[in-house]
Design a binder for this molecule. Structure first.
Ligand SMILES: Nc1ncnc2c1ncn2[C@@H]1O[C@H](COP(=O)(O)OP(=O)(O)O)[C@@H](O)[C@H]1O
Ligand SMILES: [Mg+2]
Length: 234
């Protein structure tokens, strides 16, 4: 049994189903990458798992428990962290205050969480007193990921963590993602930078129009000519 098991997930906004029976597994220490065209439903899938989009049918099991439509606030205490693509830091709060927001449910764990976060993102140590809004895009993304790691999640979901970043910052983020997985945390990541992301993926999922188009080890998707032509820009 995988840490996260999504089966036949169907749902969306209002009366319209955006997702039509999606299946997905993500396990401890694994990097799982979801790729697909704009509008395929990648962000909707993450929000549905995180309890932010209504699931009309199907199952989401996390650590053996059914969590479909569980309140979004309950996810962090279950060990499921979600970093949305946008507005994922509090720009007027300092880096340190942003990290503190990551433990609001269990404030006593601040010191321990901060140590862990800074071990993974040592660059942030010199910027703890800086408002997050004054950081570069890449640094803000690191703050967002660090905050999500504060309560030691079992799985972290990242929606396009490299969107808008320079290639140098993209490689830095992917290197951190690998480290997070090596620490035994599952990583479920949506990426537009599909090739470098699939290169570090234990499992890749191609989503098209709210359905699974392909699921295979990242390396297998990279070398599949049909997938390359249709989804990876040739
Ligand atoms: N809040 C919303 N309300 C209604 N429709 C939405 C909303 N967010 C996204 N959609 C629609 O859902 C579909 C999938 O969007 P999304 O999950 O954001 O795709 P992706 O992340 O793969 O680019 C799109 O057709 C989009 O227009
Ligand atoms: Mg999206």
């Amino acid at each position: 049994m995988a840490l996260l098991e999504v089966r036949g997930l169907t749902g969306g906004y209002g009366e319209t189903d955006i997702l039509n029976g999606v299946d997905l597994d993500a396990d401890t220490g694994e990097v799982v990458v979801i790729v697909g065209a704009n509008g395929a439903g990648k962000s909707t899938l993450m929000k549905a798992i995180a309890g932010l989009v209504r699931i009309r049918a199907g199952h989401v099991r996390f650590a053996g428990e059914e969590i479909a439509n569980a309140p979004a606030e309950s996810m962090v205490l279950r060990g499921l962290a979600y970093v949305p693509q946008e507005r994922n830091v509090f720009p007027s709060l300092t880096v340190e205050e942003n990290l503190a927001m990551g433990v609001y449910a269990q404030p006593k764990r601040f010191r321990e969480g901060k140590e862990r976060a800074l071990a993974l993102f040592p660059d942030l140590a010199a910027r703890l007193a800086t408002p997050a809004g004054r950081l570069s895009g890449g640094q803000r993304q690191m703050v967002a990921i660090a905050r999500a790691l504060m309560l030691e999640p079992r799985l972290i979901m990242l929606d396009e963590p490299t969107a808008g970043l320079s290639p140098k910052f993209c490689s830095a983020i992917f290197a951190r993602v690998q480290k997070i997985a090596q620490a035994g945390i599952g990583v479920l990541m949506v990426e537009q930078n599909a090739r470098p992301a699939l290169a570090i993926a234990d499992r890749g999922v191609v989503l098209a129009m709210g359905r699974n188009r392909a699921t295979a080890p990242g390396s297998a998707l990279l070398t599949n000519p049909d997938i390359g032509r249709l989804f990876l820009g040739g």
